[in-house]
Write a protein that binds this ligand. Structure first.
Ligand SMILES: [Zn+2]
Length: 108
């Protein structure tokens, strides 16, 4: 993979993470309309429990989807499977190799 391919894939990952976060925010915004439709107050325990479940469930789902995407071929090291998060991607861009076992990632 060339350096440009690697950079494009990193940008794709960032866009994917942004999309997931925006969907989560949209779901939360729609969820906030629920008490007004049902005539519930914001302090209703059922609403509070559901809000917390939606908030933290969304965060867990967001992280899980991002990790799942990063484990796909082309987004992780082909030898050891190390995900190229922010720091690992910086190492790959600087050295052209995986930071764990030195597998060559970027070939010019
Ligand atoms: Zn590796």
């Amino acid at each position: 993979m060339t350096k440009n391919d690697f950079i494009v894939r990193q940008k794709t990952l960032k866009r994917y993470a942004l999309k997931i976060s925006l969907v989560h925010l949209a779901v939360l915004a729609l969820f906030m309309l629920w008490p007004q439709k049902k005539g519930l107050h914001g302090t209703d325990p059922v609403f509070a429990i559901c809000l917390i479940a939606c908030l933290f469930g969304g965060i867990v789902l967001n992280i899980w989807l991002q990790i799942r995407k990063q484990k796909q071929p082309g987004y992780c090291c082909p030898k050891c499977g190390k995900r190229f998060g922010k720091n690992a991607a910086k190492i790959v861009l600087a050295t052209g190799k995986c930071g764990r076992y030195g597998e060559t990632i970027i070939t010019e």
